[in-house]
Design a protein around this ligand. Sequence first.
Ligand code: V47
Ligand code: SF4
Length: 429
Amino acid sequence: FEDIHLFTKPNNPLSLFIAAYPTKYRRTCYIIVNLQKIKVMPATIDILINNTADTDLKNIAQKVKDQQRITDAECLTLFERGSLAFTGALANFIRERLHGNKTYFNRNFHIEPTNVCVFSCKFCSYSRLYANKEEGWELSIDQMLDIVRKYDGKPITEVHIVGGVHPKMNMAYFIELMQKIKAHRPDLHVKAFTAVELDYMFRKAKLTTAEGMKQLHEAGLDSLPGGGAEIFAPEIRKQICEDKVDADGWLSIHEEAHKLGMHSNATMLYGHIEKYEHRIDHMRRLRELQDKTKGINPFISLKFRNMDNNMSNVAESTTTEDMRLYAISRIYLDNFPHLKAYWPMLGRQNAQLSLSFGVNDIDGTIDDSTKIYSMAGSEEQTPAMSTQELVTLIKQVKRQPIERDTLYKEIKDYSAVDFSSAESLAQLK
Ligand code: V47
Ligand code: SF4
């Protein structure tokens, strides 16, 4: 009877019930205990369903309990009438149904080959036009390999490579980069290039998406990050990033990657001029792609930051809105396995908070290797977290820290790791 200790606390009626049971029936009793454990979660959601006066919200909660998909109209109802507490409780219910307390992170670093960019997205604080390229940076292949070599012997599992769209950095350049990274460190997962960079590269090389993707994959590209999606709706895209790949282009690039067996991430840039309807339209298109391919791993909402860009007059969203969005996206995106909060953009404390609003992943160690958010005004001016800090952040909110690889294979459970011991500190190096 392995589980009895769970129920032997004083005054626990279940333990009294078990104790009163004749020993010969205790095996049967064990089954009852487990059924009881499974029923605990519906009981919490039942309280929510029974205590919600708004019948539309009540129906949504019932759908969540029954694992039914919510419609776009219901999603709008959540945005318009769902309180932080209501949406948060539903999202947390889903998060715990999928992952329990598990909270994932990875050990990664970024390379940003350049911030020179042919495009001029209004929200971007980071890029410099080619005409002003001396104000930006352009890394040679050797300089990027030097960055990779810095991590030799360290237990890093992923390199994330994204940057501006430089007119001279073409397919041949990036194929060489992929090949050289893999030749140096074959086990390093290369997650690289937004659909914006890929679209430009393929068009310039006069390759179809399928051909271009195959060539990069063969050279060593393992998966795609989620950037460049912004808001798909053309009326918003036209105002904030008119000249780069459109929604269909972004989606078909990801679909093509999925056809080759690669995974990808998906993002949404929110909290600027978009309306709730645009967020829903964006998530609907992603949900449809996911129905088709099941190739997307996490959904990542990126909070618009307004420093030093052409949208600095637009106020940033509040923490309440940020958390409600996490929660509502967790409810709407029923076919997405993971919801990630990107801490360099959100800040550590809000990333920690998001773990109660549907989020089950807080990205990685980063090691101060990205400038996109520090230049846009994030609190995190030199984003880097040690494994110890990430684990502590997760444990502080009573979740279970699990190191993962890019594809969410579990590498290590840090629940019982005591960082004060010399042995565990040595393991971190
Ligand atoms: O597409 C640019 C965003 C994205 C701002 O896949 C801004 O794991 C807010 O996609 N305020 C690029 N956001 C970064 C990206 C990303 C980041 C972390 C993890 C992953 C992943 C992907 O950054 C752009 C745009 O949406 N961005 N400027 C800004 N001022
Ligand atoms: Fe270029 Fe990306 Fe910045 Fe747009 S968001 S200007 S594509 S670097």
